[in-house]
Design a binder for this molecule. Structure first.
Ligand SMILES: NC(=O)C1=CN([C@@H]2O[C@H](COP(=O)(O)OP(=O)(O)OC[C@H]3O[C@@H](n4cnc5c(N)ncnc54)[C@H](O)[C@@H]3O)[C@@H](O)[C@H]2O)[C@@H](O)CC1
Ligand SMILES: [K+]
Length: 508
């Protein structure tokens, strides 16, 4: 079931595949496949468990009924709790009729406590991709009851109340430990609230893999980025190499009071394997801090001086914006960078550089007209400002927000947040699978920018660097959490060394 690459499909594509398959297959075949896959999944993971199935009025409920019959046949103790339904769709109606007598319970589950919660599995078959209205009150109550019991919760297709396109969760949505999703994986299970509600996600393709392949194009198809999608991170280095082989990265950042942002980015680039790193601090010479005492490998300059001598210094890539400030000096330096950096030098633009792009149309035009690659790394608030929207608007559809920004700036965009979206200038999107809430702390964005710059300096193309950098940043945080260093109190400075170790070890 661990399909690779892991395609993510939005609802219009899933519905199209479903309709084609329904037309080609005998009646109820697809639901039988879904229920069969779920039964096999449960037999493998929860052998001998009691199973409580919460079933809704549509075909998601139908999956639950068919699954109940199969589990009963296989010897599990099974109880079915059905929400009131008017006219069920035909597949669900058939499954309802086929339910063995005695499985359907009268009343509601939330009046009871489970006798043996650790040996019980609760299956959420309340609503799938057809929920178009708020989650009804009894479903919310049942979801809360499931959470209170402490049993494992398995969601069929999606946790009820979670939008599989956007990752928005309705009030009272089910929180599952595992989700077995049908036909193909779905973006909303991996971004925004999806990561909290879906738990670990497995895919049952219902023997429709080739149909999924045919309908996985833009705009509704994307990819999930996992370790196997980032081979460039683990490529061994040739012995016959020198520091020039791994690029010269220049970092334009760190106004007075924000020098730390520049150092976090620069140190991350160092641990990320860039050959040589120059830092242009956003202040006039002479510098208050002439050298980084912890990392004297970094070459510190003033911004103007670095821009003046970038060509002689052989700068092959740039990171700009971390703590740069937005005053006239910052505007001038960013303007110079966008106008003067050769097309061969890729750019990473972060933080204050994004604020300036959002407020100064001339800068935005210069960037869009540039022929060299660029990666923009907004968090939702920065993205909102650049798009003239509210943060809630951006979060309501993160994929579309990233696609709009990428098109507008003709750049790669990393829209940060739980389940970061990576989107290319032509709209190709993916969602990062790594990372955790420990990253919600000051300075992690500076570290990401430095890591991306390092990967670009080492010759990865912008798309590869964006996907791999974002994955590595999250995976390093996951490693730290696995060792007990976070999520509470994880510091940005710890991420880059952990990422270095992870790469040299060859990954998780
Ligand atoms: N049709 C198919 O070919 C297959 C469908 N499958 C399952 O079917 C699901 C989609 O089924 P449906 O489209 O029937 O939709 P769902 O079962 O997700 O839920 C929609 C049903 O609930 C009703 N409803 C929607 N909002 C409601 C609300 N707020 N309060 C009360 N009732 C509400 C709708 O009228 C509809 O009957 C998938 O997620 C998947 O689990 C799978 O069996 C695979 C095959
Ligand atoms: K469900």
């Amino acid at each position: 079931m661990d399909l690779h690459p892991r395609r993510l499909l939005r609802t219009p594509a899933i519905r199209l595949i479903e309709r084609e398959a329904q037309a080609a297959l005998p009646p109820h075949a697809l639901m039988r496949r879904a229920a069969g896959a779920a039964a096999a999944f449960i037999a493998e993971r929860w052998p001998g468990h009691r199973v409580e199935l919460l079933c809704g009025p549509g075909n998601n409920g139908g999956d639950g009924f068919m699954l109940a019959a199969l589990l009963h046949q296989a010897g599990h103790r099974v109880r079915v709790w059905a929400l009131p339904a008017g006219k069920r769709p035909p597949d669900a109606e058939q499954a309802w009729r086929e339910l063995p007598a005695g499985l359907v319970q009268a009343g509601e589950p939330d009046t009871l406590d489970l006798p043996d919660p650790s040996r019980t599995l609760v299956v959420d078959a309340l609503f799938g991709i057809g929920l178009s209205r708020p989650l009804p009150e009894p479903a919310q109550r049942w979801a809360a009851w499931a959470a209170r019991q402490g049993s494992s919760v398995l969601a069929l297709d999606t946790p009820s109340g979670l939008d599989t396109d956007t990752g928005s969760a309705q009030p009272g949505a089910v929180v599952a430990h595992h989700t077995l999703t049908f036909i193909a994986d779905k973006p909303g299970l991996h971004t925004r609230a999806g990561r909290d509600h879906a738990g670990t996600v497995s895919v049952a393709d219902l023997e429709l893999e080739s149909d999924v392949g045919r309908h996985a194009g833009l705009p509704h198809g994307g990819l999930l980025v996992r370790q196997a999608d980032c081979p460039a991170l683990f490529r061994p280095r040739r012995q016959d190499s020198h520091k020039g082989s791994f690029g010269t990265l220049a970092i334009l950042a760190g106004a007075p009071g924000m020098t730390g942002a520049a150092l976090l980015a620069a140190r991350a680039a160092l641990y990320g394997g860039a050959g040589k790193i120059l830092v242009g601090l956003a202040e006039a010479a002479p510098l208050a801090l002439p050298c980084d005492p912890q990392h004297p490998e970094l070459m510190l300059r003033d911004a103007e001086g670095l821009l003046d001598h970038a060509a002689q210094l052989g700068v092959s890539g740039w990171v700009a914006g971390c703590g740069l400030g937005i005053d006239t000096g910052a505007q001038r330096w960013l303007g110079r960078l966008l106008a003067e950096a050769p097309a061969s030098a890729p750019l990473v633009l972060d933080a204050d550089a994004l604020v300036l792009l959002g407020t100064l149309p001339d800068l935005a035009r210069t960037l869009a007209a540039r022929s060299g690659p660029a990666i923009l790394t907004p968090h939702p608030r920065e993205a909102a400002r650049m798009l003239g929207l509210s943060t809630d608007d951006v979060q309501a559809d993160r994929i579309e927000a990233a696609r709009e920004l990428a098109a507008r700036y003709r750049a790669w965009v990393v829209l940060k947040g739980a389940g970061s979206i990576v989107c290319g200038p032509h709209g190709a999107w993916s969602i990062n699978d790594s990372g955790n809430a420990g990253l919600a702390t000051a300075g992690t964005g500076d570290v990401l920018a430095g890591m991306l710059g390092a990967l670009l300096a080492q010759g990865l193309d912008a798309g590869e660097a964006a996907r791999a950098g974002v994955w590595l940043h999250g995976a390093a945080a996951d490693d730290l959490v696995a060792r007990g260093t976070g999520p509470i109190g994880l510091t940005a400075s710890e991420i880059a060394p952990a990422a270095r170790d992870l790469r040299n070890r060859g990954g998780h």
